[in-house]
Design a protein around this ligand. Sequence first.
Ligand SMILES: Cc1cc2nc3c(=O)[nH]c(=O)nc-3n(C[C@H](O)[C@H](O)[C@H](O)COP(=O)(O)OP(=O)(O)OC[C@H]3O[C@@H](n4cnc5c(N)ncnc54)[C@H](O)[C@@H]3O)c2cc1C
Length: 459
Amino acid sequence: MRAELPTAELESRLSFGSAILRGADCEVYRSDWSSVAGEIPVLSILPASVEDVVAVVRWAVRHAIPLVPSGGRTGLSGGATPRSCDVVVSLERMRRILAVDAEQRTMTVEAGVATQVVQDAAAAHGLLYPVDFASRGSSQIGGNIATNAGGIRVLKYGLTRDWVAGLKMVTGSGELLELNRGLIKNASGYDLRHLVVGSEGTLGIVVEATLKLAAAPPPQQVLLLALPAMSMVMQAYARLRRTLSLSAFEFFTQAALEHVVAAGARAPFASPSPCYVLAEFDHDEAAMSAAFEELAASGVVTDAVLAKNNAEASGLWRLREGITESLSHRKPYKNDVSVRPGQIPSFMLRMDKLFGAEYPGFEVIWFGHVGDGNLHISIIPPAGYPREAFLAQCDRVTHMLGGVLQDFGGSISAEHGIGLLKRPYLRYTRPSAEVELMRQMKHVFDPKGIMNPGKLFPP
Ligand SMILES: Cc1cc2nc3c(=O)[nH]c(=O)nc-3n(C[C@H](O)[C@H](O)[C@H](O)COP(=O)(O)OP(=O)(O)OC[C@H]3O[C@@H](n4cnc5c(N)ncnc54)[C@H](O)[C@@H]3O)c2cc1C
């Protein structure tokens, strides 16, 4: 750990409204929503302007100080967790909405704006910022861009990447780049904007973004279906998709539901089913009824609840969105994997077999954005099970899961990023030639290696 950092030199360059925190004030920046414990960083800097961020990075370059960009710290892979020698750069004081252009359907924001604030500001103009997930109240646009966040409406609207029209970032050498400037067409070489999306703070710090906005959707319906087997989930998907305009198709098992109900949600059905599907779609009573009847007649669906109003729709969504939070006190081991959607049934079979054999006595909780080919699996050991033995077992099985993913051409991280937790498994998703190119790109953006060191790349 460094004895003394030359902060006086930096303080004189920072604007009014910025802050440098030390000691106990840095405790909050120690961890994110992952299981990584993290360490209290030596300093936390809260810049208030783009110029402040430039000054911080140039100062860090001069003194070879490692920086960890920090958004809302809702990340699930330890990407924003520091070591004690790191300086955290938190964007929380850069949270202004700079412009809304309702006609062009764009919004320009500072990187520290919370996702939900962007959604609300779009709605106030009769528009939609469609990237959405349960951590919307705390996660920041900069963090969403750095992780290429997905969420519950990817099916219809795509990922964060699809909604970034331009962004400003400060590279690891302290250069301010303005990438794509909100252009729709720009065939002038490499689109560096898309390199920054999903770069997990390893290339530089995102300071501003121009986001695209969508037209407000027509009224939506929310339907919860009970299914007799996981193997039928994609049959339900295929049928609903045929005649309904789906914006979400989410899946969870009875085990997941039990945790959300234990945390206070209302059970949707009188008796349990092996698994459930939550679908959201443009209102179409006739198409919905026809689809349901067909699914019920063929035995794919055994029960259903249709939300009659917004409150009921929120209640149904809570059953899905409350899962991560309801499990957090049990400190689950999490997998967040993806395959092409058409492969989901055979992939699920392989995983079920693997987990059944390798996790006897453990609780295996399945849920996720299955319409996108994305499954979240949380593993919980029996009470009193030694933590180290549990983690060692999960590591061993995740390597086996990596092998399965290789067979399917899938990904070890669908949307949560690699951060610290998934580094040992990156090789199952990205061949060494790709990882080497990524390392070289990092070196170009960050020649001193000060940006989020130790994250993303295998040690
Ligand atoms: C209950 C719950 C539900 C979730 N559901 C989803 C979901 O459905 N889909 C999904 O994709 N994710 C989900 N997440 C994960 C998380 O919310 C997202 O990854 C989110 O995008 C992280 O944003 P953040 O601001 O909290 O970033 P942080 O956790 O603070 O940081 C994440 C990464 O981004 C980097 N970073 C942060 N800000 C910047 C910046 N300005 N410039 C450069 N790098 C930066 C950090 O260094 C780190 O590597 C969920 C999390 C929770 C707790």
